[in-house]
Design a protein around this ligand. Structure first.
Ligand code: NDP
Length: 285
């Protein structure tokens, strides 16, 4: 039977509607949620991500500002920029678009963002709170993945979940969030032996690798929930995920497409974190 396609576009639109309503309430109290994005250099992919964030903010009524800096900026200058934004009461969320030029220490930059304005959820304090299950801003892509699974109506608790990839921005945090939802979690990576055997056992597969169509339908457990985080451009120009969608869609029970799956959720969870930050910083909970 063909899998149910989990539309990230639809879920994201639904969540954004509720975010807009929350922004309207905040505005009626005189609070305009504000997100500032720092963009260093002229990487076209980063430029396009940042513009997508700006557009999404505008649609829900969040004030957004892009601080553009030349890639000759020094680390000290960038940290001083963050200190300015940390102190600005109109700025509730701060995001530094990664990657940064090689001469800048990414860690030092992330660590400088006030944890209560760190709407990307990358500051070690937010990461630590996520691991121990305390209140924090959850990282956007992993949070979006959990929302997609939940809104598909499928239970996570008790399921065998396989996360393929162990990056700090996707693989590791989504594994923690699945564990928080009481899944039994396995994390696979480039040194994993016999990945196919692990995929065959999994009720939930989250693929976050960056290798086009590497997970084949023949390995997927019939009825499994398959969340494809990968974004890969083929030589033909076509955008594909880490899962071979064509062969997987007839075997999985639920599957996300690429594009239109996880992608729209990432920005949506950023909007949510920004609104939550505006509430917290203004004592409105
Ligand atoms: P990274 O490159 O940081 O991590 C990739 C992970 O995949 C690593 O842990 C690596 O293992 C593992 N890996 C590599 N080859 C294999 C293999 N053959 N078998 C098993 N595991 C392997 O990528 P990201 O986590 O940043 O991103 C992953 C994908 O998700 C990319 O395509 C990216 O574009 C996409 N993405 C999409 C987002 C969205 O909003 N839709 C947001 C973020 C990312 P090891 O650690 O051993 O090297």
């Amino acid at each position: 039977m063909a899998a149910h396609i989990i539309s990230g576009k639809e879920v994201a639109a639904d969540i954004r509607k509720s975010i807009k309503e929350q922004v309207d309430v905040l505005r009626s109290h005189g609070v305009i949620p504000g997100l500032t994005v720092i963009l260093v250099g002229e990487d076209p992919a980063s430029e396009s991500y940042v513009r997508g964030k700006e557009k999404a903010c505008g649609e829900v009524g969040i004030a957004s500002e892009i601080v553009r800096r030349n890639d000759s900026i020094t680390q000290e200058q960038l940290l001083a920029e963050l200190d300015r934004l940390n102190a600005d009461p109109a700025v509730h969320g701060i995001l530094v678009q990664l990657p940064l030029p090689a001469h800048i220490d990414e860690k030092a930059v992330i660590n400088r963002i006030r944890p209560d304005k760190d709407v990307d959820g990358f500051h070690p304090i937010n990461v630590g709170n996520m691991v121990v299950g305390d209140d924090c801003y959850l990282p956007c892509t992993p949070h979006g993945i959990i929302e997609l699974i939940k809104r598909s109506g499928q239970a996570i608790s008790g399921k065998q979940a396989l996360v393929v990839g162990r990056s700090n921005i996707v693989g590791k945090p989504v594994s923690m969030l699945l564990l928080r939802e009481n899944a039994t979690v396995t994390i696979a990576h480039s040194r994993t032996e016999d990945l196919s055997a692990l995929v065959r056992e999994a009720d939930i597969v989250v693929a976050a690798v960056g290798r086009p169509q590497m997970i084949k339908g023949s390995d997927i457990k019939p009825g499994a929930i398959v969340i494809d985080v990968g974004v890969n451009r083929l030589e033909t120009g076509k955008l594909v995920g880490d899962v071979d969608f064509e062969s997987a869609k007839d075997i999985a029970g639920y599957i996300t497409p690429v594009p239109g799956g996880v992608g729209p959720m990432t920005i949506t969870m950023l909007l949510k974190n920004t609104v939550d930050a505006a509430k917290k910083l203004n004592g409105i909970i």
